[in-house]
Ligand binder design. Structure first.
Ligand code: UDP
Ligand code: MG
Length: 311
């Protein structure tokens, strides 16, 4: 098998058949064998039903892994990689925002450039609002500052890579999977190509602003421990400020004999210090929580049904 297309699907009932068609069209006459690995990520609509139809239609090799519930796109990609047999693996969404014809170009580029291991697409033009794009830019600025691995702004999960890269990604078994970080962390020679995301064929995006924020925080916690150090610095700074203030108060009383203005200052300081402490405990708590989740060592996903492809 030359190529495996790994396609996570969550409530994509209206898209999967069209996606399958688009792939067949894009790879028509390519001269090599390819398979489509669909992951039904606990969809609540007819996605699984439609995927089963595609599997039994046998127009091209189709595998279907169906999760017992929604585990998230990252878990879907992991399951897809585990079941992919291709020499090349391409991650692509089911909603036709990412053109399968570009996937074919990616394979060709990998064939022509033996020194390149990953072809990753980044969005060259964004159709999103100014606020969201401001937050995304800030996120990349922050994470690139905090993390040792570097993140390319706008690089998407739409990418094609060699088997060795897939094996490396699979060797990372962390339960909080932040794929942008995982791709950067494994390294390999990566070439970026621009692409324009098309509008969604049907259905709507699963990413709300709140989910994006959580995802961003998850990425920062998952790929940097610097926030812990920042918490320690904040602690040191407030302690230093407190000592300076203490000296000032003593001088005021002893040298100038000024009565110490107590009440308001005390309240403000108590609140300020309480806030800073809670903030720092919150940061530590995030890491403790993530550690707790990881040591439980639960599986990344549970597949309730797997339709294989018998040759
Ligand atoms: N997806 C998934 N599980 C989820 C959320 C999304 O498998 O919990 C899939 C979804 O079906 C799609 C891809 O991940 O194929 C990208 O999702 P979406 O189109 O909602 O994201 P966007 O393109 O808006 O970033
Ligand atoms: Mg999409």
């Amino acid at each position: 098998m030359k190529l495996s297309l790994v396609v996570p699907c969550y409530n994509e009932a209206e898209n999967v058949a069209a996606f399958h068609e688009a792939v067949m069209e894009a790879f028509d006459g390519c001269g090599y064998r390819y398979e489509i690995v669909f992951i039904d990520d606990g969809s609540k609509d007819a996605t699984l039903h439609n995927l089963k139809k595609l599997h039994s239609a046998q127009k091209c090799p189709v595998k279907v892994i169906s999760f017992s519930r929604n585990f998230g796109k990252e878990a879907g990609l992991y399951a897809g990689l585990q079941h992919a047999n291709g020499d090349y693996i391409c991650l692509i969404d089911a909603d036709l925002q990412q053109d399968p014809a570009i996937a074919r170009q990616m394979v060709q580029m990998l064939e022509e450039q033996p020194e390149t291991d990953v072809i990753a697409a980044y969005q060259d033009r964004r159709g999103e609002g100014k606020v969201l794009s401001f937050f995304k830019r800030s996120f990349y600025a922050v994470i690139n500052h905090l993390s040792d691995v570097k993140f390319r702004p706008d690089a998407s999960d739409f990418r094609c890579f060699r088997r060795s890269v897939a094996e490396s990604i699979l060797s990372m078994t962390e339960c909080h999977r932040f794929s942008k970080g995982i791709f950067s962390w494994v390294g390999y020679e990566t070439t970026y190509i621009p692409y324009t995301a098309k509008p969604r064929a049907a259905g709507k995006t699963k990413w709300s602003f709140r989910k994006l924020m959580n995802y961003a925080l998850e990425g920062i916690i998952g790929f940097s421990t610097k926030p812990l150090r920042i918490a320690a610095y904040i602690g040191m700074l407030t302690a230093a400020a407190a000592i300076i203030y203490l000296i000032a108060v003593i001088c005021e009383k002893l040298i100038w004999g000024i009565a110490i203005p107590g009440y308001a200052t005390a309240i403000v300081l108590i609140l300020l210090l309480g806030g800073i402490q809670l903030f720092c405990i919150g940061i530590i708590g995030e890491y403790v929580g993530k550690t707790f989740e990881q040591v439980k060592n639960r599986p990344i996903y549970i597949a309730k049904e797997t339709l294989r492809w018998e040759e």
